[in-house]
Design a protein around this ligand. Structure first.
Ligand SMILES: [Zn+2]
Length: 264
């Protein structure tokens, strides 16, 4: 009972840190360290320490700044809750293993990537580079622990293949649509996905899931008039969501798919 609770609270704290990253990374002149204290984006007042409890503070303040009563975006508590819940799912899926650490690192990178791309239409290089370094480290550690060179090799192939496949889709898509079909950030994100997940069938599943969910949600947004046919819809959130799905349940989903198409 205590361990899942601790992991949930740890997830809330990491989610709170990710909110700082999500706000600061895309904004010039700000870094993760400075300014030292968080502030209200409306009135610039520093936020009191007792108002920075992840998730709980948002509820206690009823979603408003203590000083100027400006509305606080619901994205903040949602990021915290999503991080905590995903950490918990990862724990139940993998237990205390290197795979658990691997999944925590991957999810901690994918959440800010998805939210920043949704808000600003960019995927910061800093997050990709950090991900490639950490990903390479944890993949090497797992390969070493299992004495499995093949594991490492499939991840390296995955990184190269992921970037190459999405680059090809971008080039071909741009030629057909006569406009930019996909950003450079998506290509780099897919290389990161390949490094964490491996090449086959993981990357094929990520492409399939992200394309389907992107089409469904994109169409829904157009129907409800939130976006029009010309507006760009960032692809990063769909690539990230698909990657999380494959990370947790890729094996069993692939097995079900093979059974479904009658391969065995
Ligand atoms: Zn304020």
């Amino acid at each position: 009972m205590w361990i899942p609770l601790f992991i949930f609270l740890f997830g809330l704290a990491i989610g709170s840190f990710l909110n700082v990253c999500i706000y600061r990374i895309p904004r010039a002149g700000m870094s993760i360290h400075s300014p030292r204290r968080s502030f209200c984006p409306e009135c610039s007042q520093p936020i009191n320490a007792y108002d920075t409890i992840p998730f709980l503070s948002y509820l206690l303040l009823r979603g408003k700044c203590r000083h100027c009563k400006a509305k606080i975006s619901a994205v903040y508590p949602l990021v915290e809750l999503a991080t905590a819940l995903l950490f918990l799912v990862v724990f139940y899926r993998f237990g205390f293993t290197l795979d658990f650490l691997h999944a925590l690192i991957f999810i901690t990178l994918l959440i800010p990537i998805a939210v920043i791309d949704a808000q600003h239409y960019i995927i910061p290089n800093g997050l990709i580079v950090t991900g490639l370094i950490l990903g390479f480290g944890i993949v090497c550690a797992i390969a070493y622990q299992r004495a499995d060179v093949w594991y490492l090799l499939t991840r390296l192939i995955g990184a190269v293949a992921g970037g190459t496949i999405l680059w090809l889709i971008a080039v071909i898509g741009s030629a057909i649509l006569r406009k930019k079909a996909m950003g450079g950030g998506d290509i780099k994100l897919m290389a990161l996905n390949g490094l964490f997940l491996g090449a086959w069938p993981e990357l094929a599943m990520v492409i399939a899931f992200s394309a389907i969910s992107g089409a469904v949600i994109g169409t829904t947004l157009i129907i409800f008039g939130i976006k029009n046919r010309q507006s760009a819809i960032p692809y990063g959130p769909f690539l990230s969501g698909a990657a999380v799905l494959v990370l947790m349940w890729g094996d069993s989903l692939w097995e079900k798919y093979l059974q479904f198409v009658g391969w065995y």
